[in-house]
Design a protein around this ligand. Structure first.
Ligand SMILES: [Zn+2]
Length: 309
């Protein structure tokens, strides 16, 4: 009897666990945030490790990113309609990574817009990324398929229902990273150009120098509040400060390692400065970043030696 009760409890636990319990939080006039965990993809968070937002205009709603699964996208669309009572006008994708775009299916009939390179990267890598998500997140992903953007956006200004959005086309995180500033409230959706209190990820970065240059352009926008792609919202420049510090440290570690001929397995065990103690997953992401980036630093170091014998 006891084990039957246990199984029933387990069963209902699973049923409950597959609800994302999305609770949009208003962070400025007409601007809403769904804040994800700063952990890695896992069965217990359903892949909801990401910040997704939506902006209400007179004519309808603009959605910024669609989350990690079809199930998330459907819950997101329901919560938008319940919160605003308005239809979704447009989806804007910040970049092609799976936690940001695999909810696209739920927005059938709505134009989904992205930078051209984002669409190309999603077409190229989307299926493999989705497969990896199925492996990491399990049942939450059921029925999820890659849906490509249907519309192209470029750097500039878009207007929806009396609200102007400034779009910035950046590159540092994936090669195609869109940042969106709502002019009325000064809320900046930075996408994954800004991680805050969560270690940044580098599988598609064209280079940490490119990323550092993007930070200058992004910080120069007239923002009042920052929504990083991952981590808590701020009204000060703390995410920029932390990103510059972290990217600078990572770049220095890799460059010095290459100059000294260090092996990858030495670098992945390098001490992480105490000031990054609050940055979640820093060891895990250091291991990944060394594997993504270190071969380039080694090639550069070797080229330098050859050039100046
Ligand atoms: Zn992300």
């Amino acid at each position: 009897m006891r084990w039957i009760l246990f199984l029933l409890a387990l069963g209902s636990g699973f049923a409950q666990a597959l609800d994302y319990h999305l609770q949009p939080r208003q962070i400025a006039e007409g601007v809403w945030l769904l804040e994800g965990s700063t952990d890695n993809f896992a069965v217990d968070n359903g892949g909801n490790i990401v910040n997704v937002g939506f902006i209400e205009t007179a004519d309808g709603v603009v959605v910024i990113d669609t989350g990690p699964s079809r199930r998330y996208g459907e819950a997101l669309r329901q919560s938008i309609e319940k919160t605003t009572g308005k239809p979704v006008l447009r989806v804007l994708l910040t970049h092609h990574h799976p936690d940001h775009v695999l909810g696209n299916q739920a927005f059938a009939g709505v134009p989904i817009a992205a930078l051209p390179e984002t669409t190309r990267l999603l077409a190229e890598q989307g299926d493999a990324m989705a497969e990896n998500m199925y492996r990491l997140v399990g049942d939450w992903m059921r029925g999820t398929e890659v849906v490509l953007p249907t519309e192209v956006v470029q750097e500039g200004t878009l207007e929806f229902g009396g609200r102007r959005l400034q779009l910035l086309a950046l590159r540092g995180h994936t090669g195609a990273d869109l940042a969106i500033l709502d002019e009325r409230t000064g809320v900046l959706f930075a996408g994954d150009i800004l991680f805050y209190q969560r270690a940044l990820t580098t599988p598609n970065s064209p280079g940490l120098d490119v990323w550092l240059a993007d930070l200058d352009r992004l910080e120069a926008m007239p923002w009042k509040q920052i929504v990083p792609g991952h981590g808590p919202v701020t009204t000060d420049a703390a995410p920029f400060v932390q990103m510059r510090d972290y990217l600078g440290w990572l770049d220095g570690l890799l460059r010095q390692g290459a100059e000294q001929g260090a092996e990858m397995n030495e670098l992945i065990r390098a001490p992480i400065p105490e000031r990054f103690a609050q940055v979640n997953l820093s060891r895990y992401e250091l291991i990944r970043s060394v594997s993504h980036l270190y071969p380039r630093y080694e090639r550069q170091a070797m080229a330098r030696v050859d050039a100046n014998p």
